[in-house]
Design a protein around this ligand. Structure first.
Ligand code: TYD
Length: 210
């Protein structure tokens, strides 16, 4: 039996990590084994690249170098963790994946979608998730949440200006609308439990495992 590969996407502070954790608990109660992972990261090599990306040495990376580092981390993650876990029949729940590179580096960072997809072909044979849940929260609400979560401390990418993050959110929506079969857009407003219910509804309407 093969498993599933499900990704949570969205801008900063949309509550993805919490929703990933709640979904793994729900799957557990249904007898489905899942593995929680994240990008950039998930393997020793990719976690090392993560710290290079989020706390860059010196003056930081240019947009193209940044895109290639994300693609390199993803290649390691796919080959060492995601593919083997899915082959064992597990559901892999991943906090961010390729569409983050398309939205941040491709759209907001102006590297372009074609270049990001080419890097993904080279690094990860173009592997796409079975399902992608885009957690969508209006920018003004996110700003308040982030202030609460991070205070004045943010990483090299999270700390970019509002115009950059607005471009990220626009690009996410554009990608999701262009690929309705692979995406479900989840309204991330409301309580954690309300959003989790929407995630469960999206999963249940997508698969007939119940
Ligand atoms: P993280 O702390 O995981 O952010 P969040 O909690 O908002 O999900 O840091 C990951 C950062 O890396 C985040 O700012 C998004 C960015 N990122 C990219 O720019 N491109 C990518 O391909 C990925 C996976 C993440």
């Amino acid at each position: 039996m093969t498993g599933r590969f499900i990704v949570f996407e969205g801008g900063e502070g949309t509550g993805k990590s919490t929703q990933v954790r709640l979904l793994t608990e729900t799957l557990d109660t249904r007898g489905i084994a899942s593995v929680v992972t994240r990008e950039p990261g998930g393997t020793a090599g990719a976690e090392a690249i993560r710290s290079l990306l989020l706390n860059p040495p010196g003056e930081g990376w240019g947009p193209q170098a940044e895109a290639m580092l994300f693609a390199a981390a993803r290649s390691d993650h796919i080959n060492k963790l995601i593919k083997p876990a899915v082959a064992e029949g597990k559901w892999v729940l991943c906090d961010r994946y390729l569409d983050s590179s398309r939205a941040y580096q491709g759209g907001a960072g102006a590297v372009g979608d074609d270049a990001i997809l080419t890097l993904h072909d080279i690094g990860s044979e173009g592997l796409l998730p079975d399902l992608t849940l885009l957690i969508d929260v209006p920018a003004d609400q996110v700003a308040a949440r982030l202030k609460k979560r991070d205070g004045d401390v943010s990483d090299a990418i999270g700390g970019r200006d509002a115009a950059y993050h607005a471009a990220v959110n626009r690009t996410f929506r554009k990608i999701a609308e262009a690929e309705p079969d692979r995406f479900r857009i989840i309204d991330g407003q409301g309580s954690i439990e309300e959003v989790h219910q929407k995630v469960r509804d999206a999963i249940d309407s997508w698969t007939d495992f119940e």
